[in-house]
Structure formats: structure tokens, C-alpha cells
Write a protein that binds this ligand. Structure first.
Ligand code: COA
Length: 258
């Protein structure tokens, strides 16, 4: 049985993690399935943006599935974390397509790590976010130590991780962890609205922008150099010809996406 609900909303694919009785906790099967779904959507030219959310009103994702790993040894733990990075978290961060997290409740541990791997985050005003791993005797293992520090700063990351505390949506907005806060009813409509705005632009230029921004966070890679190369590459695309011609002809661009 699938752990996901996948719906196409015009140019956007809405992926809902659907294990509400376990607060959408990420077990290995869900991680693999979500990774495959994101990969498929990213490879589908008709999908211009992806929105990820959780089913029910209580949780986005309440973490990695604790029942699955509580008796793992260090080797198994390493394999779990490494697979998760490769199969899902790094995959999302490096898609060609914008990925938006619509955080509709608890986003804890692996749930917040999933949201942080997405390019843009919206939270409903009932959302609660945190990395409570140290309360279980472990540290975040799906990129949380890195991405929380990137988004909210090192001091905030240390505090959230050390205290295992949860913050509310307004505090998450204040520290840059989320881009927007909405009512629960407005969360998906507003996420789809942002997705639609992205979809109206050049998808090849957006994928270049994703690579350039991400390059700045990669060890040993010069983000400015990546930007220069990606900028130049845009000049070889049909989207660039269409975008600049449309501007000069005072009409709306209709990007072919290549
Ligand atoms: N892994 C596995 N199962 C989880 C889970 C997780 N991360 N989070 C919630 N669940 C399950 C619960 O075990 C429970 O299942 P059950 O009904 O079969 O017993 C169900 O989801 C509902 O959760 P419950 O704890 O009863 O809900 P609550 O409203 O009382 O509490 C939370 C909500 C989010 C505060 C609480 O579920 C929680 O602390 N979860 C773990 C958060 C965490 O530490 N995440 C990091 C993991 S590395």
C-alpha cells in the first residue's frame, strides 16, 4: 500500500505523505517511495513545481520512524542515515524543479529535516518545529545539523538542537526557517500560488539558479564561478530567446522549457 497521495494541480504536483495514524513518520519504505516520487516528478517536463505536505491536520512529519531504528547498531545507523541523504534529502535539495514544503503541523526531527531540504517552506500557524533527537540520545542524521545552521544561523541551531525544543510558526518565520506563515486553510492554496508563480518562469533558468545557490554551500566549490557558468549557459537556451524576445515585443513569455 502506498504511503503517498500524488495529485496534479495544473503544473504543480502535490505530494501528501499519508501515514496519519503515525503522524506521517518517515519509515524506510516512505523515504524510498517519496524519493522515487520526487525523482519521477523532477523528470516529468509537465511538472513545473512540487509541493510536499502531510496528511491530516496534526502533522507534517513527526520524524523518522523511531520504532524502526531503536535496536540498530552503529553500522546499520550509518547506512540508514547515508541512504536517507542519498535517496531523499540531498535528492530534493538538488532537483531541477522547485520543491515547496507546506508544513501543516508537527515537523520534528526527520520531518523538519525534510522541510529544510526543500527550497521554500510555508508553515500553518498551528505548526510546531524542532529537532528533538538529543532527547532520544541521538543527533539529527538527515542533514539537520547542517541545514538548520544554514537557514537559521549557528546559534539558533545549537539552541534548538541542545534543548530539543519546539518552536511555533511565528518564531520560525522570525529566524528565517520558514518563508511564510498562513492559516491552516490557506496553507495549500498559498503554496500552490507560489508554485504557480515559479511555473510561469523559465524552468531551465530556475534549475540553473538551484545549482548556483546550492554551489555556495558545497565544500570546495566556488558558488560565484558556478553562477557565472550557469548564467552563460542560459544564453544557449530557447527559454532565454523567448524571455528576452517577449520582453522586447511587450508580450507575456511562453517558455518552451528548454
Ligand atoms: N516515529 C514513530 N512513531 C511515531 C513518531 C515517530 N517519530 N511520532 C509519532 N508516532 C506515532 C506514535 O507512536 C503514535 O502511534 P500509536 O498510536 O501506534 O501509539 C502515533 O504516532 C500518534 O502519536 P502520539 O505520540 O500518540 O501523539 P501525541 O499528540 O500525543 O504527540 C508528538 C505528538 C509529535 C509530540 C509525539 O508523537 C512525539 O514526540 N513524536 C516523536 C517526535 C520525535 O522525537 N521525532 C524525532 C524522531 S528522530
Amino acid at each position: 500500500m502506498s504511503n503517498l497521495i500524488i495529485e496534479n494541480k495544473e503544473d504543480t504536483q502535490l505530494i501528501t505523505i499519508n501515514r496519519p495514524d503515525k503522524l506521517n513518520a518517515l519509515n524506510r519504505a516512505t523515504i524510498a517511495e517519496l524519493g522515487n516520487a520526487v525523482k519521477a516528478a523532477d523528470g516529468d517536463k509537465s511538472v513545473k513545481a512540487i509541493v510536499i505536505t502531510g496528511s491530516g491536520t496534526k502533522a507534517f512529519v513527526a520524524g523518522a520512524d523511531i520504532s524502526e531504528f531503536h535496536d540498530y547498531n552503529a553500522e546499520e545507523a550509518k547506512e540508514l542515515a547515508r541512504n536517507g541523504h542519498q535517496q531523499l534529502f540531498d535528492l530534493i535539495e538538488n532537483t531541477e524543479t522547485p520543491v515547496i514544503a507546506a508544513i501543516n503541523g508537527f515537523a520534528l526531527g526527520g520531518g523538519l529535516e525534510l522541510a529544510m531540504a526543500c527550497h521554500i517552506r510555508l508553515a500553518s500557524n498551528n505548526a510546531r518545529m524542532g529537532l528533538p533527537e538529543v532527547s532520544l540520545g541521538v543527533i539529527p542524521g538527515y542533514g539537520g545539523t547542517q541545514r538548520l545552521a544554514q537557514l537559521a544561523g549557528k546559534g539558533k541551531a545549537f539552541e534548538l538542537i541542545f534543548t530539543a525544543g519546539m518552536i511555533q510558526a511565528d518564531e520560525a518565520l522570525q529566524c528565517g526557517l520558514v518563508n511564510h506563515v498562513t492559516t491552516p486553510e490557506e496553507l495549500i492554496p498559498k503554496s500552490l500560488k507560489i508554485a504557480k508563480k515559479c511555473a510561469a518562469n523559465s524552468s531551465v533558468a530556475i534549475s540553473g539558479a538551484i545549482r548556483a545557490v546550492n554551489a555556495g554551500y558545497e565544500e570546495g566549490v566556488n558558488g560565484y564561478e558556478t553562477e557565472i557558468n550557469e548564467f552563460a549557459n542560459c544564453f544557449t537556451t530557447e527559454d532565454f530567446k523567448e524571455g528576452t524576445s517577449a520582453f522586447l515585443e511587450k508580450r507575456k513569455a511562453n517558455f518552451p522549457g528548454k
